[in-house]
Each structure stands twice: as C-alpha cells, then as structure tokens.
Design a protein around this ligand. Structure first.
Ligand SMILES: Nc1ncnc2c1ncn2[C@@H]1O[C@H](COP(=O)(O)OP(=O)(O)OP(=O)(O)O)[C@@H](O)[C@H]1O
Ligand SMILES: [Mg+2]
Length: 269
C-alpha cells in the first residue's frame, strides 16, 4: 500500500494542482486500498481540481456528477430509454464507473435525494456491489472503481448533512483556503499575473475572509482571486477587477459591500 504519488503514471499531463498538505498521498493510499473519499470544504478551494488532478495521476477515467435536489438514484444508475421504437437500458455515470473501474465523483452529494445514499452504501463498504433493481443485475465493482464525494459543510442547512452511517463509510479530507504563499503561487499559475502582484490580491482575500460569519456566508474563494488576477492580466484596472471579482460576487447588501470596499481601501489605499 505504498502508493508514492510521485511515481504515478499520468503525473506529467495532470491538471495543475498545488497540494496544501498530504492530501495527494492520502488520496492515492485510499485509491490503492479501495476506500471511498469524502472532500469537505468551502467553495472554490480546489476540491474539483484536486479530483481531476488525482484521476489523471492515477490514470483512471473520471465521471463527475453535479448533485442537485432532484438527482435520483436512477440518474446515477441508469434507466430504460426508448430508442428507435425499442426500449434499451442505458447505464448512468455511476454504473459506467463501476463497470470500467473509474472514479465517480459526486459533487455536493448532500444535495442529492435520499434514495441516492441507499445506493452508495453497498458500494462504499467492503462488498463494493451495485444492485440494479430495474435489470436484476448485481454488479461487482471493477478494480480501480473509486467513489469520491464532496460537500460544503458551511452553508448547507442542518437537514442537509450526511447521516453518520453514510459519512462513516468514507476517508475524509478537510479543505480550506491555502496559506498565503501557496495561494499566491496558485493565483499566479492560474492567471499568468506575476507573483508579486498576486500577493496583494491574496492579502486582500485574507482580510475579506476575516469578515466571514459577521456579514458574509462564505469567505472569498481562491477561484475569485484567480478571476480578479485574470481580469488584471487582460488589462482591467486593479480596482475594477477587485470590485467585479472579489466584492460584487460576495454580497447583494449595500452596507456589506461598503464594508468590503473599506477593507480594500485599507489594504491597497
Ligand atoms: N490547490 C490548488 N491548486 C490549483 N488550483 C487551485 C487550487 N485551489 C484552488 N485552485 C483554483 O481555484 C479554482 C476553483 O477550484 P475548484 O473548482 O476545484 O473548487 P471547489 O473546491 O471544487 O469549489 P466548489 O465547492 O464551488 O465546487 C480552480 O479552477 C483553480 O483555478
Ligand atoms: Mg467543485
């Protein structure tokens, strides 16, 4: 079980991901041991990028499902569809991943309907089976199949959290905003803006995050800092880029936005 991620095939072509800690090693170990992984953390801190990166490094196909409150077990497993007068069974993304030995990534899993968790249970314990009621099949997951789920514990209401019997089937990794030096490198790499200029935006993001809880639901994400830097690279003035990428997306409340602008003035002014 010594999955040294540096030795993995596919590493060179993997999408850029800058590790914050040992998450790559943990993920690779879980993949080797056939354990499902749960990624927790606020919006825009790199969860989706991390999964894409690891799937490439591990050389496994990736099926991503954005969960929503209407997503049912049939959406994941598959259904009979009418094709040219004939009824044919069409696998859903989860079934395809189970058959092919791929990674199935359920983004925002708590949003999905309750019947989805029922499907996940036999797949996420040592049985690794997917019963398909409609066809009578019971699939044994192919080697390489891995279930990855993510959710944001911050803003979801208490009803929309995972049951202990579900969450205790996963190895869990907690994601948070990267440390300033790391975030500066991420923003520079993603946007093309020189690191010394990104550092100011990252410092500002840190200050804005300090307001979380009082006025803001969520702190400004790394994604938004990348947006601001990208707009600056395209020639937009710094003030305007901060306004449209780091203030306006955070709140609709005029008072809150005024508070945010005051902070910008204090950091950049
Ligand atoms: N560690 C990182 N390495 C490289 N890029 C990162 C990293 N963290 C964040 N990013 C950048 O931030 C953007 C947003 O990350 P991502 O889409 O993975 O967030 P997320 O955690 O999946 O958010 P959400 O919960 O909203 O889906 C990425 O497109 C990338 O530009
Ligand atoms: Mg995501």
């Amino acid at each position: 079980m010594n999955a040294h991620v540096t030795d993995l095939e596919g590493a060179a072509s993997a999408p850029f991901y800058l590790a914050q800690g040992d998450e790559c090693t943990v993920f690779a170990a879980a993949a080797t041991a056939d354990l499902p992984v749960l990624l927790k953390g606020p919006t825009g801190v790199g969860k989706t990028r991390f999964v894409a990166h690891m799937a490439a490094r591990l050389n496994r196909p990736l099926y991503t499902v954005a969960c929503h409150d209407d997503l049912s077990a049939a959406d994941l497993i598959g259904r009979y569809l009418l094709k040219g007068g004939e009824t044919v069974w069409v696998d859903g993304p989860l079934t395809r991943a189970v058959r092919e030995g791929a990674i199935c990534y359920l983004d925002e899993v708590v949003e999905a309907r309750k019947d989805v968790t029922v499907v996940l249970h036999p797949l996420t314990d040592d049985r690794r089976i997917l019963p398909i009621d409609r066809t009578g099949e019971e699939l044994q997951a192919a080697p390489g199949f891995m279930l990855v789920a993510s959710y944001n514990p911050g803003y979801q209401n208490v009803l929309k959290t995972l049951k202990p019997s579900t969450r205790q089937r996963f190895v869990a990794l907690d994601f948070d905003f990267p440390a300033p030096a790391l975030e500066t490198r991420i923003v520079a790499q993603e946007s093309g803006l020189p690191e010394d200029r990104c550092a100011g935006l990252v410092r500002l993001a840190g200050k804005l995050r300090g307001l979380k809880g009082q006025d803001l639901e969520e702190g400004v994400s790394t994604r938004l800092v990348v947006y601001a830097a990208t707009l600056i690279v395209q020639g937009m003035g710094v003030d305007r880029a901060i306004e449209v990428a780091m203030i306006e997306p955070l709140s609709d409340d005029a008072d809150v936005k005024r508070g945010l602008r005051d902070l910008v003035a204090a950091v950049f002014g």
